[in-house]
Design a binder for this molecule. Structure first.
Ligand code: XMP
Length: 435
């Protein structure tokens, strides 16, 4: 392995992730492990140079304070204990540092002076390591990947292609609710540019007929999710000799699902609800990366910028933006207006500034006038929000000039639309999506 590693043992502190990020920012790789890792397991991890114990108020589970075993504490690695006094022999830091700079200084001293770690954590090394690990895990077997075209699955595909070439089988399911140009881009980039073994399934009709007359948002989501699994499963059954399933699981998925202080690390695998008799072993090469690192990895692998830096897009796609019961013509109005908004945001440089922006078409009409005649048509609603964690959001103040251009284009280019409205509701009280 090409990387040194600092192991953080999770004692229930919420700052473990922050410490991991800070250490990685110093150029040294770091991972969080459960507090009760054995000394043997710790020694078997590649490249370990030191251990950080991060305590804090949450290290009480079922009324008892949790602590790493004495064996681990005496395993010979330098230990830094932050806000945790149960580690004889460790260097102690009794209070959480007052500022980020101070934290960085403490970590720098520990990582480089005491642990003698080298700053060798970078994307080319990460990719080289993962390629080696994947080859070792997979051998000459085949790996299946549901390639949605989102950032995570795209980066996994590009990485696995490098590692195992045509032992990777990608399945791209078009559920008919993707944005304009999206399925075409997936086919272009992966099949034509990168030469991937890609199965493209156009299941639009199937999804849309299942969704006919279904107005309840939760019901719509359930149908889309269940149908997706069914289509993917059908494709998987047609293939022979697949032993592995690749997933775009990333580090926050694992850390957020909790370590020993609430749940067990690495227990969160959810193979998207595939049936029990389809048994695969998982390949998750991005499981140690934070989102920005996933993007950096994608760039390093040569994926196009608009794929790597694309805005978040919900699994049920445009289906939750075509409010109420989905009809094909109204869905097209969502798709076309979304394409116009994206194009104009790109021209105005807003695409790099705004976290998420899209259009919504409600199931209602209003009176308007076009070509000197009355018309009763749909409105298009514009939404553009900024957020850190999607729990709360503020709205972006789009310049009026851009709003005018977008409006003019939508009412002239999108059939069935005679009005454009701009939603300036923050979250709360409005959610980001309308359904
Ligand atoms: P809300 O509307 O809850 O959205 O404020 C927060 C973020 O989550 C996305 N979102 C979804 N993502 N499946 C997804 O994969 C869904 O069903 C779903 N619903 C909302 C939404 O786009 C926003 O980024």
């Amino acid at each position: 392995m090409k990387q040194d590693m600092i192991v953080i043992l999770d004692l229930g502190s919420e700052e473990s992730t922050l410490i991991a990020r800070e250490i990685r920012a110093l150029g040294v790789y770091s991972e969080i492990y459960p507090h009760d890792i054995s000394a043997q397991q710790l020694k078997e991890l590649p490249g370990v140079k030191g251990v950080i114990l991060n305590g804090g108020p949450n290290n009480i589970v079922d009324g008892e304070a949790i602590a790493p075993s004495d064996e681990v504490l005496q395993s010979g690695f330098p230990v830094l204990a932050v806000d945790f006094d149960g580690a004889p022999g460790a260097r102690h830091l009794n209070k959480w540092p007052a500022s980020e700079e101070m934290l960085r200084e403490v970590l720098r001293g520990f990582v480089f002076d005491e642990c003698k770690a080298e700053a060798n954590w970078n994307m080319p090394n990460f990719i080289a390591d993962q390629i080696e690990l994947v080859r070792r895990q997979v051998g000459d077997k085949k790996v299946l990947l549901a390639l949605s075209g989102g950032v995570d699955s795209s980066v996994v595909a590009a990485l696995l292609l490098k590692a195992i070439g045509d032992q990777l089988v990608c399945v791209h399911v078009n559920h008919g609710l993707l944005r304009k140009g999206e399925p075409e881009q997936v086919v272009q980039v992966f099949r034509h540019n990168l030469g991937a073994n890609l199965i493209y399934v156009d299941a639009s009709d199937r999804f849309l007929s299942k969704l006919e007359n279904v107005a309840d948002p939760e019901q719509k989501r359930k149908i889309i999710g269940a149908e997706f699994i069914r289509v993917f499963e059908e494709e998987a059954r047609k293939l022979e000799g697949i032993d592995f399933l690749a997933q775009g699981t990333i580090y926050p998925d694992i850390v957020e699902s909790g370590t020993k202080t609430n749940k067990v690390v690495k227990s969160h695998h959810n193979v998207g609800g595939l049936p029990e008799d389809l048994q695969f072993e998982l390949v998750e090469p991005l499981r140690q990366l934070f989102k920005d690192e996933v993007r950096a990895c994608g760039v390093e692998l040569g994926l196009p910028d608009d794929m790597v830096y694309r805005q978040p897009f919900p699994g049920p796609g445009l289906g939750v933006r075509c409010l109420g019961a989905i009809t094909r013509d109204r869905l097209e109005a969502v798709r076309e207006s979304d394409a116009i908004l994206r194009e104009e945001f790109h021209k105005a440089g807003l695409d790099k500034k705004v976290w998420q922006y899209f259009t919504i078409v409600p199931d209602m009409k209003s009176v308007g006038v076009k070509d000197n005649a009355r018309c009763v048509e749909w409105p298009v609603i514009l939404r553009a929000v900024n957020t850190v964690d999607a729990m709360t959001a503020t709205i972006e103040e789009i310049p009026y000039e851009v709003l005018h251009t977008v409006t003019r284009r939508i009412i002239t280019e999108v059939p069935g639309v005679n009005r454009v409205c701009y939603d300036i509701t923050p979250k709360p009280s409005g959610t980001i999506e309308w359904e």
